[in-house]
Write a protein that binds this ligand. Structure first.
Ligand SMILES: [Zn+2]
Ligand SMILES: [Zn+2]
Length: 304
């Protein structure tokens, strides 16, 4: 079942007053994490091992956990992994501290279902700052209530492990921080937790902001969708910057479709497929790609 099918099954309820409140806790937590990351500027807190820990965790929690796990696997079901491995990948996603898998997946499915409309949780028509981070903590009528999250991600909400991850999400970060502190002291905590989280946040957020504002469009995506392909967002966010391709083919495990569109997450999936760890990997057929491209060319001619 692809994300299109899943979203089609959901009967969407209008945003309610609870969902429309400011999220003060999120705002305070994000501010504190950014403040903590500033400590990386203190020379005494730098170590080469801390930098290496940050880089490895950036790939594992951002590249594998969020891009491959939360996004391409859990949200869009663009491949299949054995259930225990799926749980490991989702647990890496929790360590990026972007919430549990149920709320993340539900919010992202709503983004695809209502891209760039008032119902999109991070509607890019409201400007860069809103779609980048403001939507997370400011009053947001399109934020999903708990009930809506459970409906949009019903396949995950009925799984006890994902329910557990959703409830325990922040504690995983605390455990990781304690483990890093016990081995590498404050240097590993500042670089491996605070700075790594901030870099991962902005990489993820740029997909919602920059990759709906700047770049080129290969395909005509459905509806009022303004998604773009951005090489520099793809560079920072493990291939997720080929976002116009992704909106055109949400169920595809591969986002970089042209030869120069490098996609590190896809390379990881390809490796897992070659090792027979990933199965049923979905990619658009050439005929599908050509149909979408022709539709876009026709529309451009009509506009002129
Ligand atoms: Zn998008
Ligand atoms: Zn998506």
């Amino acid at each position: 079942m692809g994300s299109d099918d899943i979203v089609a099954l959901v009967e969407y309820a209008p945003p309610d007053a609870v969902a429309g409140r400011r999220s003060v806790a999120t705002g305070v937590a994000l501010a504190a994490i950014h403040l903590g990351a500033c400590a990386a500027l203190i020379p005494a807190l730098f170590s080469w091992s801390g930098l290496a820990v940050a880089a490895v965790l950036y790939y594992l929690t951002g590249g594998v956990g969020i891009c491959l796990g939360y996004h391409r696997l859990l949200t869009h079901r663009s491949m299949r992994l054995a259930r225990p491995l799926e749980y490991v990948v989702a647990t890496l996603g929790v360590l990026a501290m972007q919430g549990g898998p149920i709320s993340w997946v539900a919010t992202h499915r709503a983004h695809h279902a209502f891209s760039d409309t008032a119902r999109d949780p991070h509607d890019s028509r409201r400007g860069f700052l809103w779609s980048h981070a403001g939507w997370l903590y400011r009053r947001n009528p399109a934020r999903l209530s708990r009930d809506d999250q459970n409906r949009f991600a019903a396949d995950l909400a009925t799984d006890p492990y994902y329910g557990f991850l959703e409830a325990s999400a922040p504690w995983w970060q605390l455990m990781l921080a304690l483990a890093l502190f016990s081995i590498g002291g404050w240097s590993w905590v500042i670089w491996g937790v605070f700075l790594r989280l901030v870099v991962t946040y902005h990489a993820t957020w740029l997909v919602n902001s920059a990759a709906h504002l700047w770049g080129y469009r290969t395909f005509r995506a459905p509806g009022r969708d303004r998604s773009t392909n951005s090489w520099w967002v793809a560079l920072i966010a493990w291939g997720e910057g080929w976002h116009n391709n992704h909106h055109a083919f949400p169920s595809s495990a591969r986002h970089g479709l042209l030869w120069f569109e490098f996609d590190v997450t896809w390379w990881t999936i390809e490796l897992l497929r070659l090792l027979r760890i990933a199965h049923d990997v979905r990619v658009p057929s050439q005929a599908q790609s050509q149909r979408r491209m022709i539709a876009r060319a026709r529309r451009d001619l009509l506009i002129r």
